[in-house]
Design a protein around this ligand. Structure first.
Ligand SMILES: *Cc1c(COP(=O)(O)O)cnc(C)c1O
Length: 399
């Protein structure tokens, strides 16, 4: 039995079966490429689901992390440490928010945002039960609170009852949001560009309309930037591209470029609703992960990542549009920056498998959409290589 088969057998024996994994055993990464245990090379257009914005093995990033590991990994949040202060200052500056809370994951960032919105509502009105309006096809995570506002029924159904007081509105339909709001509504939450749900960018009219609606009614607006943030759409956070500010925002995925870290951040006024004891975490924002966060922000600035994304996003858009025009099997092309999707007339599972055989890693978003989330450091030649492999796969399956 070869090593790959052995790994697959052992994994299927030991892991709880929540994933349909691809038969690939990855060993190391370099720049835009990943390598399996036999050294087979894969071009990565997934970044570990939007995480490795700086590519694999960035030297300065790895050194910063190694240095911090040698110094101090963890302190608990009852003490101060310099990396977490630096990381929070940089996130606050980049996001335009005043105050930051670090978490260990995206879903925990969303949990914190929900709790903060509810506490703010409670302090303001004296009433509990603040309702939340979320969007159809939204994805916010797998823990019970975040799952409650995730717009795909099949993710939620078996786990009900979830937290109450959630209404779903149609994304990009302002009237639908309007009728979902009542006097108990405390917040509206949305991804400015829906990721998991199939790569749907908000229209400018919609996102600005929701902001105005929230202002008129005194409701908080929460933007989940976990996937679409950190430069992915050509602005540091995608709401900056829309020129619309939230009251609370969430970040994770590329925030630490590989270490498990998330955050929620808020305006001073909203953040003040939380008092000592209202929220906490043992690991959240420890010196190891925040040393990474801090370095990530430095490298984004130094490498002018958002400018690069704007150039490369346009090129990817052009090449994917050409591909769509050539193939009737491709129904739609959507996206902003380096967050794009191709919707096919058929399930994309077989295309993704064929691409893997040829050394290209792609990921779906729903059954019929291929999602393109490459490391943000890619170059024209990587786009060309991806298009060439993808086109061969489409031709093969179309025969
Ligand atoms: C991935 C994701 C989450 C959940 O993040 P985890 O780190 O997997 O918990 C939440 N919201 C959005 C938009 C995401 O893409």
């Amino acid at each position: 039995m070869d090593l790959i088969e052995k790994c697959i057998n052992e994994a299927e024996n030991v892991f709880i079966g929540t994933y349909n994994r691809y038969p690939v055993v990855l060993n190391y990464g370099n720049g835009m490429y990943l390598y399996d245990v036999y050294g087979k090379q894969y071009l990565d257009f997934t970044s570990g689901i939007g995480v490795f914005a700086l590519g694999y093995g960035n030297r300065e990033y790895v050194l910063a992390l190694k240095n911090q590991i040698d110094l101090l990994l963890h302190t608990s949040n009852y003490f101060y440490n310099i990396p977490s202060i630096e990381g929070a200052k940089k996130l606050s500056k980049a996001s335009g928010m005043d105050k930051v809370f670090f978490t260990n994951s995206g879903t925990e960032a969303v949990e914190g945002a929900i709790k903060l919105a509810r506490k703010y509502h409670y302090k303001k009105t004296g009433k509990t039960g603040g309702e939340i309006v979320a969007m159809d096809h939204a994805f916010h995570g797998r823990t019970m609170g975040a799952l409650s506002i995730t717009g795909t029924k099949k993710y939620r159904e078996a786990f009900e009852p979830l937290i109450g007081g959630v209404k779903f509105a149609e994304f990009n339909n302002l009237d639908s949001v309007k009728v979902s709001i009542n006097e108990n509504t405390c917040a509206v939450i949305m991804e400015p560009v829906q990721g998991e749900g199939g790569i749907y960018p908000a229209t400018e009219e919609f996102i600005k309309g929701v902001r105005k609606l929230c202002d008129d009614k005194g409701i908080l607006l929460i933007f989940d930037e976990i996937q679409c943030g950190m430069g992915r759409t050509g602005s540091m956070f995608s709401y900056q591209g829309y020129k619309v500010m939230p009251d609370i925002m969430t970040s994770a995925k590329a925030l630490g470029c590989g270490v498990p870290v998330g955050a929620f951040a808020a305006t001073k006024e909203v953040a003040a609703a939380f008092e000592p004891g209202d929220h906490g975490t043992t690991y959240g924002g420890n010196p190891m992960v925040t040393a990474a966060v801090s370095k990530v922000f430095d490298l984004f600035e130094y490498k002018k990542v958002t400018e690069h994304v704007n150039i490369m996003g346009q090129y990817l858009y052009q090449r994917l549009s050409e591909l769509k025009d050539k193939h009737d099997i491709i129904k739609e092309h959507r996206g902003i920056g380096l967050m794009q999707g191709l919707e096919f007339e058929i399930p994309v599972k077989d295309i993704i498998s064929a691409a893997l055989d040829m050394g290209l890693i792609l990921i779906s978003a729903g059954t019929n959409v291929i999602r393109f989330l490459p490391p943000l450091i890619l170059d024209h030649k990587h786009v060309d290589e991806m298009i060439s492999i993808l086109e061969q796969c489409i031709d093969k399956l179309n025969k």
